[in-house]
Design a protein around this ligand. Structure first.
Ligand code: BES
Ligand code: ZN
Ligand code: ZN
Length: 509
């Protein structure tokens, strides 16, 4: 979707649809809001009349469509809910509701009247960013395999109107930056949605190489031979049951600042997780093409880091394997030696994410000595049970890093909740015959024992944050109706906006 700004008032311009926000009408003050005067004028008084007969109530998700008597398109009013509970996420969802309602309805261009989405709690810049997130992501649909598409909004314009008196240059910059980020999320979703027959580990490597050429990143792909030389036994073990050989893919963005920090981002890239020999029951396997979401998010994060020229140096690592059962598959009882020499006793081949990440984490820490390591992984079903399918679990050994990610989460609307990591969890993952085991015999704290396992491969002395994105990485037709309108069925690219925000904030600290 093309996104731009315009100084004029939205209703003075010509677009197929012009959207404005309306707060929920108060019980005491129920008079027609003067701020909607322009919309009322544009609709030839139809809006005020609708207000008088209580057709417009301003409740969240409420959409009211008017046709302009001058024939210049539609005016869409979207409810923002109570003014007291107004926040950026409300704007994000409202913009998405509008865009989705226009799908297949002959509206190619859409304008937003920025001032109608601004209040004390959400300033012009935050509101403009949220409108763009909502419009671009709300307009996205995975249509690669559809022979016909309905068509929707292709061009969105944020009209500054009375807001143009503010710092117009800053607003324009924010709009350009946010549309770049939102487009990267769409780009990421497009790869994350690819099925496992297409998105093999080698295909992820090809995507990384193409991205490297496009935005200027150094890309190194370690194939199965290189991985064997490097003794990356974890990635190799998980991938050995598949005809699609595993890859470890490393992308380097040099950083915009001179003596900047180095931040490493490591992603779980299981292109399909059948569970392996510890095979999953059929229904649990249904969405396991999304088990590569962490790694694909890393691609997106590196893309945005390069196009936005963030200050820190960023290293991306994708640990890509396919987890299938076969005559050559790894099995329960096997012991694998990983990149940094630590050994893993395989108890359950379905706990494969931590096994591939062991090499990626060990490698990036030893090779780049990063100031921070962030991993993204669809790691455990326990995460979904504990926090649901909207909120990611955060485990970190560093309060400052954790705080920055939680602040980013508030800004982007991607929910994250910090969870504890204690010696209890560390004790649980010790193995009788190796350094660690990949699963335990009692059904407790699955998200946290997985984190304790990962921590072994980062080691002490490196600030580390683990994001378990199992639930938040995709939506299904069943869960879709509970999710915000900017999230269609399929991959969410959860973590891209969040980590990019963190990278942008580390420029300032
Ligand atoms: N990929 C799954 C986790 C998952 C579950 C992601 C649901 C998205 C939705 C992971 O590899 C897995 O199977 N984990 C096991 C670990 C267990 C065997 C210790 C789990 O959570 O059951
Ligand atoms: Zn698994
Ligand atoms: Zn998995």
């Amino acid at each position: 979707m093309k996104v731009q700004t315009d100084r004029r008032d939205a209703l003075a311009a010509v677009a197929d649809a012009a959207a404005s926000g309306v707060f929920e009408r108060g019980e005491k003050d129920d008079t027609f809001p003067r701020s909607l005067g322009k919309e009322d004028e544009g609709t030839g008084g139809a809006l005020k009349a609708a207000w008088e007969r209580k057709e417009v109530r301003g409740k969240r998700k409420e959409l009211t469509v008017f046709h302009r008597p001058d024939g210049r398109g539609r005016v869409v009013l979207v409810g923002l809910g109570p003014r007291a509970r107004f926040d950026a996420e409300t704007v994000r969802r409202a913009a998405a509701e509008v865009v989705r309602s226009l799908r297949g309805k002959g509206a190619r261009t859409l304008s937003f009247r920025l001032a109608s989405f601004v209040a004390d709690a959400v300033g012009a810049e935050a509101s403009a960013r949220a409108l763009i997130d909502g419009a671009v992501l709300g307009g996205y649909e995975f249509s690669k395999y559809k022979s016909r598409s309905e068509g929707g909004v292709e061009e969105a314009t944020v009209h500054l109107g009375e807001e143009h008196g503010r710092d117009e240059a800053a607003l324009k910059k924010a709009v350009a930056e946010q549309s770049e980020i939102a487009e990267t999320v769409v780009w990421t979703r497009e790869i994350a949605n690819l099925p496992a027959d297409t998105a093999t580990p080698e295909r992820l490597a090809e995507e990384a190489r193409a991205l490297g050429k496009e935005v200027g990143l150094k890309v190194t792909v370690f194939d199965e031979k290189a991985l064997a030389e490097m003794r990356c036994g974890g990635i190799l073990a998980v991938g050995q049951g598949s005809v699609h050989p595993p890859r470890m893919i490393v992308l380097e963005y040099p950083g915009g600042a001179k003596r900047g920090r180095t931040i490493a981002v490591v992603g779980k890239g299981i292109t399909f997780d059948s569970g392996g020999i510890s095979i999953k029951p059929g229904l649990a396997m249904q969405n396991m093409k999304f088990d590569k979401s962490g790694a694909v998010a890393v691609l997106g994060i590196l893309r945005a880091a390069a196009t936005l020229k963030v200050a820190p140096r960023v290293i991306g690592v994708l640990c890509a394997s396919e987890n299938l059962p076969s005559g050559s598959a790894y099995r329960p009882g096997d012991v694998v030696r990983t990149f940094n020499g630590k050994t893993i006793e395989v108890i359950n081949t379905d706990a494969e994410g931590r096994v591939v990440l062991s090499d990626g984490l060990g490698y990036v820490v030893q090779h780049y000595r990063p100031d921070e390591v962030i991993d993204l992984a669809t790691l455990t079903g326990a995460q979904v049970v504990a926090l649901g399918d909207d909120t990611a679990g955060l485990v970190s050994n560093d309060d400052k890093l954790a705080q920055s990610l939680l602040a980013a989460s508030l800004a982007t609307g991607e929910p994250v909740w910090r969870m504890p990591l204690t010696d209890y969890h560390r004790e649980l993952v010790k193995s009788d015959i190796a350094d660690v085991r990949n699963s335990i015999e009692i059904p407790v704290a699955g998200m946290l024992t997985a984190a304790a396992f990962l921590e072994t491969f980062v080691g002490p002395g490196t600030a580390w944050a683990h994001l378990d994105i199992a639930g938040a990485s995709y939506t299904t037709p069943a869960t879709r109706k509970y999710q915000p309108a900017y999230q269609n069925v399929g991959a969410t690219a959860f973590g891209v906006r969040l980590v990019v925000r963190h990278l942008m904030a580390s420029a300032r600290s």
